[in-house]
Design a protein around this ligand. Structure first.
Ligand SMILES: Cc1ncc(COP(=O)(O)O)c(C=O)c1O
Length: 397
């Protein structure tokens, strides 16, 4: 059980593509299109064999404990592994008492919305931000309220004003400071400190949705997380395996002050069912405990960097003067701003056989915008898609 296939051997074109169809996966691309819509990894980047082997190793290593109800807070070996990783990467003292295992960030957000909030309360969100996160909040009876952002993330003065106006009504604030979805923005250190100061002044809880934290594709580093800067005080950080291993794992974790974590372990859902996704967490723990996960991550970052460069270079070259774009340091997305209407951008792209995500899906945008995801399409097809977009948007196709 000790032999490990390297990520290079295990990822790559999947032999299971025939199963990538409606009824098995959440969404399939329209036939014949180049789909730059999905915010997730393409099939060939999902480490199917690596995960299969990790499950086998976990069953062998943990025996019957792998099939029991998991500890309400999450299996200790997994919590120790992710806490040690947080400490190593950020120098932030983090132990298993700071971790609560979730079934992904969406589940973490749902838990927060039910445990830390009362229906009818507001949740402050970035004016342009992760759309499905807002849907989770609404489902729990909460009212997302937008706060202005600029090229560096949420504007501290606007956050201050929203917290003042919403005094007593704001359950928490949700931000994605690193490799933002959809804009790709990384909030600079000075802005992070200013945002933390504003939140602390109002006693507001910041939820740091850090789904893309480990996808620094240039390796130039990002500022410390809000959780690290605050020593977890007043910050709950949501992490997920979805963007680095695969969303089908439904595995994530919350990183917070132990007193906050304890509020969740008495939650009926966890008391009744134990930790979310117990066996999966033990399988991923086996990857974290040797250097297999890091090898995989190096491999994945290199593949994503190829895709980011292919998409960005093609846009900068072929769509200069038509759209504005910033080269993202990491994450999955290019965010294009344009002089045309959003409808014209999306419709013309669609007529040319390219799916793009309309900017308004993510909230308010100053000018027409679309999101191109480079995580779901290999480099040659990304170039082909941008050529089609250039023809379509310049009106020559
Ligand atoms: C910012 C952000 N948060 C959360 C999620 C969902 O994460 P999970 O699959 O862990 O529920 C996504 C996925 O697109 C995302 O972009």
């Amino acid at each position: 059980m000790t032999v490990r296939l390297s990520p290079r051997d295990t990822a790559g074109p999947s032999s299971h593509d025939r199963h990538w169809r409606a009824g098995t996966v959440q969404a399939v691309s329209p036939a014949g299109t180049l789909d730059l819509g999905p915010g997730y990894l393409e099939p060939g980047l999902l480490p199917v064999d690596l995960i299969g082997e990790a499950y086998a190793v976990a069953a062998h290593r943990f025996g019957a404990a792998a099939l029991s109800y998991g500890d309400n807070q999450g299996a200790l070996p997994f919590r120790e592994a992710v806490a040690a990783r947080a400490t190593a990467l950020e120098g932030l003292p983090c132990g298993p008492e700071n971790i609560l295992v979730t079934a992904g960030s969406s589940h973490g957000l749902h838990l927060l919305a039910t445990v830390l909030a009362r229906p009818g309360q507001q949740v402050l969100v970035e004016r342009t931000g992760y759309d499905f996160g807002r849907a989770v909040l609404r489902d729990c009876g909460l009212v997302p309220r937008s706060v202005a952002t600029d090229g560096d993330g949420v504007v501290p003065e606007a956050l201050d004003e929203a917290l003042r106006e919403g005094a007593g009504q704001v359950a928490f604030v949700v931000l994605t400071p690193t490799f933002h979805n959809p804009t790709g923005t990384v909030m600079p250190l000075r802005r992070r400190i200013a945002v933390l100061e504003v939140a602390a002044r109002h006693g507001a809880v910041l939820v740091e949705d850090d789904a893309y934290a480990e996808l620094d594709l240039d390796g130039t580093g990002v500022p410390p997380s809000l959780a690290a800067l605050a020593g977890h005080r007043g910050v709950v950080r949501l992490r997920t395996a979805s963007k680095v291993l695969g969303p089908g794992l439904r595995l994530g974790w919350m990183q917070a002050d132990p007193a906050v974590v304890r509020r969740f372990t008495a939650h009926g859902l966890l008391v009744s069912g134990g930790s979310a996704n117990h066996l999966c967490s033990l399988a991923v723990q086996t990857l974290l405990c040797d250097n297999t996960f890091d090898l995989h991550l190096d491999w994945l970052r290199a593949r994503l960097a190829e895709r980011r460069d292919a998409a960005y270079d093609a846009v900068a070259d072929q769509l200069a003067g038509v759209v504005e774009v910033r080269r993202p340091q990491g994450g999955f997305f290019l965010w294009l701003l344009a002089g045309q209407t959003e409808k014209s951008l999306v419709d013309r792209a669609s007529a040319a056989g390219v799916v793009v995500a309309a900017g308004s899906r993510f909230g308010h945008t100053e000018v027409a915008a679309v999101r191109l995801s480079y995580s779901f399409t290999p480099p040659p097809l990304l170039r082909a898609a941008v050529t089609r977009l250039a023809d379509a948007w310049k009106g020559t196709s």
